[in-house]
Design a protein. Structure first.
Length: 86
């Protein structure tokens, strides 16, 4: 079954450069059905579906991770991508 996509999100804001700590709460994802905004990376129900490298234009590749999450409000299963800008 094809999941609805909630889009792609950069992890740039989640990384504190001075401490090199990664704050999963700062990755805010909007449900494609009810538009509830949440931090699904903090949930133990969020599942990593795939990770790897993707092409950005023709110049270079950047790492990405594709996740499956469930909305806490409407219970829709959806997917979203978190990528690291290079």
């Amino acid at each position: 079954m094809k999941l609805l996509s909630a889009g792609s999100y950069s992890d740039e804001d989640a990384l504190n450069v001075s401490t090199e700590a990664y704050d999963k709460r700062k990755i805010r994802v909007c449900c494609p059905l009810c538009h509830k905004v949440a931090s699904p990376l903090c949930s133990n129900k969020t599942v990593l579906l795939r990770q790897g490298l993707r092409w950005v234009g023709c110049s270079h590749q950047e790492p990405y991770s594709l996740f499956k999450a469930t909305c806490g409000k409407c219970k829709l299963d959806y997917e979203f991508t978190v990528y690291t800008e290079q």
